[in-house]
Design a protein around this ligand. Structure first.
Ligand code: ZN
Length: 450
């Protein structure tokens, strides 16, 4: 129903003799022609869906829930307990963004999608939250003629693969698959055996480079320490921020850099970090034993909550580090830090991942000498760098190994989902070299009888 040929909008409808469930209910995100898909009416009347399973909290897997509930869905939404905690943070925020976007476009009288209101509101999101039901990792749930179970996927906190056993067959849905060697999260579980597999293929055509992120981070901290400046790290709130904090912690603990004050200035990142700290079993064991939790609770890391505290950071003399959202500088508190710091040579911006075309992050990273922020044109005089080595997804090798790990009996069919066509085609070719299963590349609304 979604993400067939795309990396957002994940949604699969599974029907048995007695039951109809969605696995994931994601929002399409990205350029206008992709986001427009959100506004096309739901193909299946949501009131006729009996239950929804959510593999993890990322909005491209969960962000359609408020709309589905608004349109009449009234069943249980099953996900892991830590995913519930994240959804409580992410869904209301998504609702707020939809409302703001609608206001923005209606004010400018831009005809967009012929809408008479936002896609969904913050209130719709809160309503959707009331349908969430926890299903812990490894526990079996019987729902009508389906038995469901979640497995740890090593992608973000709460992220799971899901098996649905029904009518004598097992279907495995991968959600997003974590990399083989994780820096921060606990290693993904071996995927269980299944007759049919629906798997993600985001990086089906790519190979992650092994770059030395520690050296890059050390260089950045040494630089701002020497210049008594501030290091600004724009970062996604869930997963990436915590990974960045871990790398900072490692450098300080191993005495590779001088101790430095760290601020997390994003209410969402602060809340997501707390979810991680409450679920240390989803972080690598050696990190927990090494004292990461104690470090996070120490004075070395300050979580900024209120707007006035955030503004006061402008008066903080370096050296220091500010980790703030959004990761591509398309909004959030990072904007006012850029506004007050990027014209100063003592400071540095260190991006923590891919910067999409058209974002302010991309413009800065590509070496612009001036940018416009809050309607003021500012010169960029600070240093700029990017750490590209952080990925929460498996690459082609990682995905292939994930399939090989299905061991003894290979699935009858594998459906490549949640990936662009080129990625799906290349992964298909690769998988056909190593296994005998039939590999399918479904299109939106294609129907398969299993
Ligand atoms: Zn994800």
């Amino acid at each position: 129903m979604g993400a067939a040929g795309y990396v957002t909008g994940s949604r699969v409808l599974i029907e048995t003799e007695k039951t109809r469930v969605y696995v994931d209910a994601g929002l399409y995100q990205g350029p206008k022609y992709i986001e427009e898909k959100n506004f096309q009416s739901l193909e299946t009347d949501p009131s006729k869906i009996d239950a929804i399973f959510i593999t993890h909290a990322h909005i491209d897997h969960s962000g359609l829930l408020p709309l589905i509930v608004k349109k009449g869905f009234r069943g249980p939404i099953f996900c892991t307990p830590s995913t519930i905690k994240l959804l409580e943070i992410l869904l209301p925020d998504a609702g707020r963004l939809q409302e703001e976007e609608y206001k923005f476009y209606s004010k400018k009288r831009i005809e967009r999608y012929e809408l008479t209101g936002p896609l969904f509101s913050e209130e719709d999101a809160h309503k959707a939250l009331s349908f969430l039901k926890p299903l812990p990792f490894g526990e079996k749930l019987k729902f009508r003629d389906i038995t469901a179970k979640f497995y740890w996927a090593g992608h973000i906190v709460g992220a799971a693969y899901l098996t649905l056993k029904t009518m004598g067959k097992t279907i495995l849905i991968s959600g997003d698959i974590g990399p083989r060697e994780t820096i921060f999260h606990r290693q993904r579980e071996k995927a269980p055996q299944a007759d049919y597999v629906i798997m993600e293929s985001t990086y089906g055509n790519r190979f992650h480079e092994k770059k030395d992120y520690e050296t890059q981070m050390k260089k950045a901290i040494d630089t701002v320490t020497r210049k008594k400046g501030m290091l600004l790290i724009p970062s996604f709130a869930v997963g990436r921020t915590q990974l960045v904090l871990y790398v900072l912690y490692r450098l300080i603990k191993d005495k590779k850099v001088k101790p430095i004050q760290i601020f997390i200035d994003s209410p969402m990142a602060a809340r997501a970090t707390r979810v991680y700290l409450e679920h240390p079993n989803q972080i690598r064991e050696d990190i927990i034993k090494g004292g990461f939790l104690e470090f996070m609770k120490s004075k070395a890391v300050q979580m900024i909550e209120s707007v006035s505290e955030s503004k006061n950071l402008n008066y903080f003399n370096g050296p220091g580090v500010i980790v703030s959202a959004s990761g591509m500088c398309s909004g959030g508190r990072i904007m006012h830090h850029l506004f007050s710091r990027l014209w100063d040579r003592r400071n540095m911006i260190l991006f923590s991942g891919y910067q999409a075309n058209g974002t302010l992050g991309r413009i800065i990273l590509e070496g612009a000498s001036r940018v416009k922020i809050f309607n003021r044109e500012l010169p960029i005089r600070c240093l700029v760098d990017n750490i590209n080595a952080f990925s929460a997804h498996a690459d082609q090798d990682g995905l292939t190994l994930w399939v090989k790990d299905l061991s003894e009996k290979m699935p009858e069919k594998i459906f490549l989902h949640h990936g662009e066509d080129e990625a799906r085609e290349m992964l298909k070719t690769r998988l056909e070299e190593v296994i005998k299963s039939k590999i399918e590349i479904p299109r939106t609304e294609d129907v398969y009888y299993l």
